[in-house]
Ligand binder design. Structure first.
Ligand SMILES: *[C@@H]1O[C@H](CO)[C@@H](O)[C@H](O)[C@H]1NC(C)=O
Length: 203
């Protein structure tokens, strides 16, 4: 896809509003404490530096230099989330998936009618703003490569999610029902915010 087409699809005003809201939340949200392992891994990520070449690779070699850095704020966040969701599914004992798809939230009736705990999870799995949006058409293509890139360059992302979510899952004592799924999704959101802060600092 051409850069011009990308610019047509993507509103910069919308983007800047989002970033300033995020930076504001960085200043106001207290960071919950967790094990030293998680803090060390997250520090390694936030203290790292991505070269221009790496930024362009992460952006699928479609976007150059500043443009690549610019869209990588979204690519990084969506990709670290997909890695995290894959670890969440695996902690819950469900089949992992690393596919980033456009998706709309389910209706309340659908959620209430979920026949199994796994079906319930699939309906309740967090959906990002970009997955709901009918813009950002470049993302579905870029995410699979970005998952590979992050797994190689920052294996700590997956390790942090795995360690954190397995620990939370153990605290459920092996009982996995719909309430347990809600609890795990809540804990997922907490660690996702922390990983998101660390990867945001790469851009
Ligand atoms: C990352 O994604 C999450 C969930 O989709 C969102 O709440 C958060 O604001 C995003 N962070 C940035 C820097 O865009």
């Amino acid at each position: 896809m051409s850069t011009t087409l990308f610019l047509c699809l993507f509103s910069t005003t919308y983007f800047y509003t989002e970033i300033s809201a995020f930076v504001h939340s960085l200043e106001t949200t207290p960071i919950p404490s967790t094990s030293p392992f998680i803090n060390i891994e997250l520090d390694k990520i936030s203290n790292a530096f991505l070269t221009t070449e790496e930024h362009e690779r992460l952006a699928g070699k479609v976007f150059k230099h500043r443009m690549a850095e610019f869209i990588n704020r979204i690519v990084l966040n969506e990709t670290q989330t997909i890695i995290g969701l894959s670890e969440l599914r695996s902690a819950l004992g469900f089949a992992p998936s690393e596919v980033w798809k456009k998706r709309q939230p389910p209706s309340e009736e659908e959620v209430d009618a979920a026949p199994t705990v796994e079906a319930y999870y699939m309906l309740k799995e967090p959906i990002s703003k970009h997955q709901r949006s009918n813009q950002d058409e470049f993302l579905p293509e870029l995410i699979p490569l970005a998952v590979t890139f992050l797994d190689e360059r920052f294996p700590g992302i997956r390790k942090v999610y795995r360690r954190y979510l397995e620990e939370k899952f153990r605290s459920l004592g092996g009982k996995i029902d719909k309430k347990g799924v809600d609890y795990m999704i809540y804990e997922f959101a907490r660690i996702q915010t922390r990983v998101g802060h660390a990867t945001f600092l790469l851009t």
